[in-house]
Write a protein that binds this ligand. Structure first.
Ligand SMILES: Cc1ncc(COP(=O)(O)OP(=O)(O)O)c(N)n1
Ligand code: 3NM
Ligand code: MG
Length: 208
């Protein structure tokens, strides 16, 4: 299956008090991948929340990805997203098996993406493309990078960082397959608005 669509990423602060309601609203609007991203060290809460998301994702036939933590991903039998300092891809692939979705952060460097491809990544992520409230310090990337990445890589390309309904179009036009979004999806006043945004992201992806 070709990975293409909206990639929703949770944020524990932004979603405090409305975590499952907002995630379900996004799933209702259509989500290809859902990433559980919690940077705390509260392992019990992380396991509990990841289990709830797993159940919700199964109901909506959405694939769950765990950020940073291949062990937790293995425990649930789901995918993982690893950054450059989150451990190597090869052992993660061995742990999770050949069918698991494994993503790799490549910032703005195609060489990192080529290496990730060799080590068994399922998709590569470039960013940040715009200012991000969620991760303001992430290194910047330019949209032109996507043209080169498209020509040199044979993996789905994920884009991240400050993506909204207003600025996503050029990223798709330059070859992005997966739009990874936190605030532009979940920074909404109601569940209905989250669902509307998810649908609208999917429409953008369909028309290109
Ligand atoms: C889809 C996607 N792309 C990039 C990242 C960033 O990963 P990383 O650089 O490891 O930073 P943290 O998210 O762990 O702070 C991501 N999580 N997801
Ligand atoms: C988790 C993360 N990683 C990034 C990178 O560039 O690697 S940007 C980012 C935050 C994405 O959140 P938002 O959609 O709210 O900007
Ligand atoms: Mg990480």
């Amino acid at each position: 299956m070709k990975l293409r669509g909206l990639y929703a990423i949770t944020d524990s602060q932004l979603l405090a008090g409305k975590f499952l309601a907002y995630v379900e609203a996004a799933l209702d609007g259509g989500v290809t991948l859902l990433q559980y991203r919690d940077k705390s060290s509260d392992e019990a809460r992380r396991l509990r929340e990841a289990e709830k998301l797993h159940e919700l994702c199964s109901r909506y036939k959405t694939q769950l990805i765990i950020n940073d933590d291949a062990e937790l991903a293995a425990r649930l039998g789901v995918g993982v997203h690893l950054g450059q300092t989150d451990g190597p891809l090869t052992p993660a692939r061995a742990l999770l098996g050949s069918r698991a979705i494994i993503g790799s952060t490549c910032h703005s460097q195609i060489e990192l993406a080529e290496q990730a491809a060799k080590e068994g990544a399922s998709y590569v992520a470039f960013g940040r493309f715009f200012n991000s409230n969620t991760k303001p310090g992430a290194p910047a990337a330019d949209v032109e990078l996507l043209t080169q990445a498209r020509a040199r890589l044979h993996l789905p390309i994920c884009v991240i960082g400050g993506i909204t309904l207003e600025n996503a179009e050029p990223l798709i036009a330059h070859g992005a397959d997966l739009l990874a979004v936190v605030h532009g999806l979940f920074g909404a006043d109601s569940t209905a608005e989250v669902t509307r945004r998810a649908r609208a992201f999917n429409e953008l992806l369909k028309t290109q």
